[in-house]
Design a protein around this ligand. Sequence first.
Ligand SMILES: Cc1cc2nc3c(=O)[nH]c(=O)nc-3n(C[C@H](O)[C@H](O)[C@H](O)COP(=O)(O)OP(=O)(O)OC[C@H]3O[C@@H](n4cnc5c(N)ncnc54)[C@H](O)[C@@H]3O)c2cc1C
Length: 494
Amino acid sequence: MPKTAIVIGAGFAGLSAATHLAHEGFAVTLLEKNDVPGGRARCFEAEGFLFDMGPSWYWMPDIFDQYFARFGKKTSDYYELTRLSPSYSVVFGPADSVDIPADFQALCELFESYEVGSAVRLQKFLAQAKYKYEVGVNEFVQKPSLSITEFLDLRLVVEAFRLDLFQSFHSHVRKFFHHEKLIRLMEFPILFLGAIPQNTPALYSLMNYADMMLGTWYPMGGMFKIVEGMVKLAQEKGVSLKLGHEVQKIEVEGRQAKRVLTNHGTFEADVVVAGADYHHVESQLLEAGARNYSDAYWDERVMAPSCLLYYLGVNKKLKNLRHHNLFFDQDLMAHAIEIYETPKWPTKPLFYASVPSITDPSVAPAGCENLFLLIPVAPGLHDTEEVREKYYHIVMERLEELTNQSIRDAVVFRRTYAHRDFVNDYHAFKGNAYGLANTLRQTALFKPSLKSKKIDNLFYTGQLTVPGPGVPPSLISGQVVAKTIIKQFVTLSK
Ligand SMILES: Cc1cc2nc3c(=O)[nH]c(=O)nc-3n(C[C@H](O)[C@H](O)[C@H](O)COP(=O)(O)OP(=O)(O)OC[C@H]3O[C@@H](n4cnc5c(N)ncnc54)[C@H](O)[C@@H]3O)c2cc1C
């Protein structure tokens, strides 16, 4: 059995892989290029405001609970969760917005108010979605997807149809609901997956179950509390975390990764797990002969969107906003086409605003508001200061108008973040924010492999391999790669 492991990248997937391997007895060194762990979920402090830089939606609390439980811990040992009520608000236009209630009865009443009979259909839709969630999360996503044989068990083949793997989400939703606003409500979580509903398998109605039944939660102190908890647990398990250590090369001899060169020296281990962006590891850290995929392969991948982000400190309290606010006052398909079909800066962007200081006073000075704005945009766009400035005013003008207040004159701190930053900070392919899109042709076996085909002790984890983008899938990805390593080496050592 190998005894030592190097994990590259302290994002959620790298932290998860490192902790699982340490739990199995490996001496693990976790190398992270940035000075703060957490990858895309880092945070920063400025002028009394504490900004989460990436994820803001805490969905699927059961996955986080299972993560900590695997090590005999509870989520509450590391952070305190609050369930948001309402879960979020959707703005359809001037004086036309709706709060999505956390209470299911109230949610049914809301549906019924839009479309008679839709409450019963919602229950039926969610009963199917629950089944998909249970099979999807407990079985499908736990598979390393290295071989078709993993899916050949008859039950799972039957399940593939029952799980609607081959039907589009777009047509699935329309079998249940007709009112345009209800369709938009049901389709919104799909946008997290990085593809339009027409190209997303109906399997992903499991996201609606996560949204409407499991709820939207928030770790008090901010999303970075999850990272702090996971780092603490990793260190309790003996993981040696080395921040500011950028891996520059993985040296290979024959079919073995022998050592890893960083800006602060060389590290050796029996196993290497790459949790940094897959494309970066292949194209920058490995010689051409050691790569799994060609440049052409990567160019053909459908990437999930990038984001144009604004972290704003506002020196007054804001009205007519909730913790999470989705601005769907423009045509969703038109924006989606500008992300996926004809990539360009959006003409009339949809956007998302988060105001965590409404729930959590610790993230802004007294009397102030912490405002995070996100515009999903195509990856690979030319990102300039002028563009960032232009969209700041486009979005702020709409925000001010739709919430009926002036905001720009109260902004005392502003930082923007987009493609260039994703590339500089995370080596993100085309400046992607969420990795690979979850289209049917990029699901399970069709994703970049979690294992090197040319190097026996090199593995991959994170949002560009299985099971896909998002915080819960990244936790699972780290667990699945650790299980694959243990299985491979236990089998070999017998
Ligand atoms: C703006 C934004 C909003 C999001 N919102 C949500 C949300 O609300 N809910 C949700 O569930 N998900 C959300 N996501 C997605 C989620 O954050 C990601 O899927 C997840 O964090 C990816 O984790 P990862 O470990 O795969 O990658 P990363 O977090 O990118 O981790 C990879 C790590 O590798 C490091 N690295 C790269 N190259 C090297 C190198 N050469 N040497 C050493 N280290 C290196 C990077 O610095 C980074 O720390 C969001 C993402 C973004 C960007």
